[in-house]
Design a protein around this ligand. Structure first.
Ligand code: 5GP
Ligand code: MG
Ligand code: MG
Length: 185
């Protein structure tokens, strides 16, 4: 058991640890407290929708600390990188009906804003009571589409990050910290 808790060392494709596990943990605690307080006064009926795959760890950690009743669901999308039109494709929809519910979207990272812009618009057509957003990481230098975010974990520079759910070609997703990658050739 002890071994499984050891912090994995940086591999040679990683530049440095950008946000360590303790710092992530404390921030997720704060966000969970803030979100719980906000939804305690907004009528309950909270539906949390994690965006796969990148947000699966953040969603799990955050929802386990919520002190308000909630239901967890997931959605899977793929975006075409390098396509400036911001095409987003729905791979797997939520199972829950959003009608009349307070929906909180959980995303790993806000980059161009295309994914969240698509999701917010799409969810609003389903007659929810409200749609709010929580992102673990925000890269303000990369925004193309303006998106209103209600909860932000950390603001980071324009570098490719992995770990805590985020990957590079499916690598590094389960690192307990967020690390900066060397730019790929
Ligand atoms: P957006 O639609 O805002 O441009 O992109 C959001 C998606 O791009 C994220 O959900 C994530 O999947 C991916 N992404 C953007 N920046 C990074 C990054 O630095 N690392 C990883 N692993 N994914 C990123
Ligand atoms: Mg994502
Ligand atoms: Mg990815």
């Amino acid at each position: 058991m002890k071994d499984s808790l050891a912090i994995p060392a940086l591999t040679e494709d990683l530049v440095r640890v950008l946000i360590d596990a303790d710092t992530i943990n404390r921030r997720v605690d704060e966000l969970a407290r803030q979100i719980s307080a906000d939804y305690a006064t907004s009528g309950g009926n909270l539906l949390v929708v994690g965006v796969l795959k990148g947000s699966f760890i953040f969603t799990a950690d955050l929802t386990r600390r919520l002190s308000v009743d909630h239901v967890v669901d997931f959605i899977a999308l793929s975006s075409y990188k390098g396509d400036t039109s911001g095409n987003v494709r729905l791979l797997m929809d939520t199972r829950e009906n959003m009608e009349g519910r307070n929906v909180l979207i959980i995303e790993d990272i806000l980059d161009s804003g295309n994914t969240l812009d698509y999701l917010i618009r799409n969810f609003k057509t389903r007659n929810p009571a409200s749609v709010k957003t929580a992102v673990l990481l925000d890269k303000p230098d990369r925004h193309v589409v303006p998106v209103e975010i209600d909860y932000i974990g950390f603001t980071i520079p324009d570098v490719w990050v992995v770990g805590y759910g985020l990957d590079y070609a499916e690598k590094h997703r389960t690192l307990p910290y967020i690390a900066e990658m060397y730019p790929q050739a």
